[in-house]
Design a protein around this ligand. Structure first.
Ligand SMILES: O=C(O)CCC(=O)C(=O)O
Ligand SMILES: [Fe+2]
Length: 200
């Protein structure tokens, strides 16, 4: 349901961007990687800082082979996204980040349209469920919620939630307010990247 609605509102969704096997392998690689606490970009200082009130999640890593495959897949998306968003993007996109949100982690409402970022991409590596007793590498909570999809000031607080599903890719304008609601149980694994405005 939310997928149809988000598509109607201009959000790009590919439910099968990665295969279940690819996702399982990436989850395993992230799980066994060493983690760094995720930071947020501060436009005032033009640097990335830790801000626990806005964001709690972890940056993991994957092998260079797995990273190369993901970069190739994302590169292959550019033409489709240029048509969809009716805009040209730079051939160089932002390096994919491999994220883990453990139980309690979240990313509060923010926009990402700094640093020439035009389109946000998230790829989900495991399933979100509505059951709090999560099983089989699923998680509960941790929905991506996007605001401002209707250009109507009266509806600026109206957000649409996307239920994360293994292999699903979502792409949306980086200037739209969005958040990741707190993970209530389990761990949420995702890849985030961005298409950028062309550099002259
Ligand atoms: O984890 C996600 O789905 C989105 C994360 C996000 O908003 C970001 O990294 O800027
Ligand atoms: Fe974001």
């Amino acid at each position: 349901m939310s997928i149809d609605l988000l598509r109607k509102l201009g959000v790009y969704i590919d439910t099968d961007f990665l295969t279940p096997t690819q996702c399982q392998n990436l989850c395993q690689e992230i799980q066994k990687s060493s983690f760094a606490e995720a930071k947020v970009y501060d436009a005032d200082t033009k640097s990335s800082t830790k801000d626990d009130a806005l964001r709690q999640s972890l940056f993991g890593t994957v092998s260079s082979q797995a990273d190369k495959e993901i970069r190739k897949k994302i590169m292959g998306l550019r033409t489709d996204l240029e048509h969809h968003f009716n805009e040209q993007f730079d051939a160089i996109f932002e390096a994919p980040k491999y994220l883990a949100y453990d139980t309690g982690h979240f990313f509060g409402a923010h926009t990402d349209d700094q640093l020439g970022r035009r389109i946000n991409i998230s790829i989900y590596l495991n399933d979100e469920t509505s059951q709090e007793n999560t099983q089989n590498n699923s998680y509960c909570g941790g929905s991506l919620k996007i605001y401002g999809l209707l250009d109507n000031p009266a509806l600026k607080d109206w957000g649409v939630s996307l239920t994360g599903a293994q292999g699903l890719l979502v792409a949306y304008r980086a200037d739209l307010l969005h958040e990741v609601t707190p993970v209530l149980s389990g761990s949420r694994y995702a890849i985030v990247s961005r298409f950028l405005k062309p550099r002259k």
